[in-house]
Design a protein around this ligand. Sequence first.
Ligand code: COA
Ligand code: NAP
Length: 263
Amino acid sequence: MTTPNFDFTGKNVMVFGGTSGINLGIAKGFAAAGARLGVASRSQDKVDAAVAALGNDAGPALGFSLDVRDAQAVVDAVASFASERGTIDVLVSGAAGNFPAAAAALSPNGFKAVVDIDLMGTFHVMRAAYGALTKPGASIINLSAPQAWIAMPMQMHVCAAKAGVDMVTRTLALEWGREGVRVNSVSPGPIEGTEGMERLAPTPEAKERSAKAVPLGRMGTVEDIADVCLFLASDAARYVNGAVIPVDGGWSAGGMLSTAMGG
Ligand code: COA
Ligand code: NAP
């Protein structure tokens, strides 16, 4: 038996959507574990702030201002990162958009915006990074959500997009697993202090209801998600491929029943 090793010194990690919230937390987790980071998102200010926060003894982080809906921009960012750093050992795809909207009132462009960012964006990231992945050995982590398999009112667009992300994960696990690339998703529950929760539970009362709905009795933290990503990217998860791992304190075990039991 060997003790699991979560040291990523010298490993190259690229996080799409890695400039705020959960994804920035994931990037920070890898930076603290010694990895060399690259992050990408739309806002140049957020990219600059993330780059400033993610440098470590292994070197400065690299930042890219782009929209994951722009396939060529994603290709260019991956090429730039790979030419500076070498192959990508860990790839995280987490850019996403969410807003609550009743299906009957959702415009085609509203549905499309979320599907384009979450699902097409994940495809663009996977497609662009494929040639630059460390083979064998790379680990890919996509950000899913319970909406991928638990239907939720006001979230049809997100349910559709994240269900697609899960099937991208599982399909690539079949195809790229053959080349020694593992592809998995994490599915966070309600994570405190994030944009996603701010949009879905904007009031203190709604936040309290969300926390009570979780069997473990609290919202998650970005560190709860980052730690599972470190595990997934490590050799301790060497036989984990094609998994969608809920990191939600048990909420999705019951879904809306968990919410009902929370009172
Ligand atoms: N309810 C209904 N429709 C909405 C909406 C809302 N709250 N917010 C946006 N839309 C619609 C817009 O009306 C537009 O459709 P239209 O052209 O028919 O009017 C469409 O969505 C696109 O909106 P736009 O603001 O042009 O999109 P964008 O590309 O600038 O931004 C979003 C994308 C809408 C997803 C935006 O919320 C975003 O950038 N989110 C990223 C951050 C985030 O969501 N974090 C949480 C992750 S879980
Ligand atoms: P967040 O802070 O808004 O993070 C989204 C990130 O993606 C930001 O860095 C944002 O930066 C970037 N982004 C958004 N649209 C983009 C685009 N079109 N192109 C490139 N980058 C884009 O949200 P979060 O709540 O932490 O969510 C992070 C991930 O976790 C998402 O995949 C979400 O679906 C998932 N998740 C969250 C929760 C939760 O409780 N928060 C629960 C389940 C799943 P820019 O604005 O600079 O582009």
